[in-house]
Write a protein that binds this ligand. Structure first.
Ligand SMILES: [Zn+2]
Length: 157
């Protein structure tokens, strides 16, 4: 068994779509980034890569590489999943938290979980996603961006 941890932040920008866990969420701002800036999926990718001892998503998919411009982060997660299989690991579970003052995310969490479970070919019950605010404190509280944390457990049979 191996544990991994991931953390990511993206700042809000105008004229960007807000995509979290592969779900398009209607909001006045989106997140800024080279890819689709899906902060939750980036945290999960980093947690999986960390558990495998494979560095982080920046090493695998550098933001200087034009191939990754605007790429769906579900695709990045799929690549990480492929590496997981290649190395003989299976996913035990993911737990994650999105930190955002706005918008309210509760109604989108089941779809995010389903997207991630589909990409990783696992059960929805293995992918837990929570959302919280910081009660107005800090950069997330001021609505400057969104942060996400993820921990994963992987194992070899
Ligand atoms: Zn990111």
């Amino acid at each position: 068994m191996r544990v991994g941890f991931g953390y990511d932040v993206h700042k809000f920008a105008e004229k960007r779509r807000l995509i979290l866990g592969g779900v398009d969420i209607p909001f006045q701002y989106g997140l800024l980034g080279h890819s689709d800036a899906d902060v939750l999926l980036h945290a999960i990718c980093d947690a999986l890569l960390g558990a495998m001892g494979e560095g982080d998503i920046g090493r695998d998919c550098p933001d200087t590489d034009p191939r990754y411009k605007g790429i769906s982060s579900l695709e990045l997660l799929g690549r990480v999943c492929q590496l997981l299989k290649t190395k003989g690991f299976h996913l035990v579970n993911i737990d994650s938290t999105i930190v955002a003052q706005n918008p309210r995310l509760a109604e989108y969490l089941p779809d995010m979980s389903a997207n991630i479970a589909t990409t990783l070919s696992c059960a929805g019950s293995q992918v837990n996603i929570k959302a919280t605010t910081t009660e107005g404190l800090g950069f997330t509280g001021r609505g400057e961006g969104i942060a996400a944390y993820a921990v994963v457990l992987i194992g070899k049979v």
